[in-house]
Design a protein around this ligand. Sequence first.
Ligand SMILES: Cc1ncc(COP(=O)(O)O)c(C=O)c1O
Length: 398
Amino acid sequence: MSRTDLIQRLAQRQSERARNGLLRRLRTVEAIDSTTIILAGQRLCSFASNDYLGLAAHPDLRQALIEAARDWGVGATAAHLLGGHRAVHAELEEELADWTGRERALLFSTGFMANLGVTDALLKYGESCVQDRLNHASLLDGARLSGAHLKRYPHLDMDGAARQLARSTATPTLLASDAVFSMDGDIAPLSQLADLGARYQATLLIDDAHGLGVLGEQGAGSLIAAGLPATQVPILMATLGKALGVCGAFVAGSAELIEGLGQFSRPYIYTTAMPPALAAASLAAVRLARGADERRENLQRRITQFRHGAQQLGLALLDSSTPIQPLWVGEAATALAWSQALEKAGFYVPAIRPPTVAVGQARLRVALSAQHDYTEVEQLLDALADLARSTAPLTGEN
Ligand SMILES: Cc1ncc(COP(=O)(O)O)c(C=O)c1O
């Protein structure tokens, strides 16, 4: 019997992906200045960044990072529980808890790990995890890692969610949803999810990776914007790598939740703590974000401008009020062709294709930032208008 060579099999899968025109390509950004990037020697205006408030290069963050590196060194040198937890981590956790209106918060090195860490710690083999079909990969994978039954409902379909919850009453159940969906930009019906959680006694986890910093008073996130207190949504997860412009993530909730995660969340326990300098930069970012109403207003103006312009052009916008403004294309090859044509015209707007989205649902993911100015958005709209004129129209009828 000859065994399958696993590396060869991986190469075959890659060849198949290439044949289907779905290969992902790693691009190296050679330089960046605000919304301008240099890619393959070409200056492009980027509409691809999750730095929604434009904090990633802010002088306060740079300064905090440099000073903390001077004080603490670069690496945390150990896991949180084994001497890697520094005063600056503790301070950041307190600030995040205060901002999001929770008793405590716990830092994770990435959002992917936070979602794996919270689902795996909460659920046991054979229990139930009910999730929106379009949740982030890390939430879906976290349920799989725990060995729970993953029960997905159609995107935003609260009747579907209720049906799955009704079928799960025999076991402890986690109900989990993104607040803002990363490839669609739309917002989950958070109040209805909270009601369903209460009605079916399912514990609710909300991933606010794309809402924190952007939505709600002081940018405190989607749950604050929806008027939902911690009592109605006991588990909040959010990242530090999007609107906060750094990297890492946290889970926030009751002291009981955080103590429990500290004991049982393997992606928290068995990994090196985030570098203290990044915690210091994140702390500076949170303080800025809380007072960044002007940036949020500017971002909102760009969102309104882009949506208005795209509607005038008859482009197929998705139903999103957030900085994530995807343009529906459908076929993967067309999305790629549009992305390449935009690049020739001086804009970086990545094509999102299967398997990130379902077959036939490829799109251009336009991400707006408070740093974009009026002219940049107008120029993107002009380039889209030229493309719509010269190729098959990217309109709602597609
Ligand atoms: C909704 C959502 N959750 C979790 C993550 C993972 O966060 P991170 O990039 O910090 O791993 C992302 C982003 O990649 C996301 O969009």
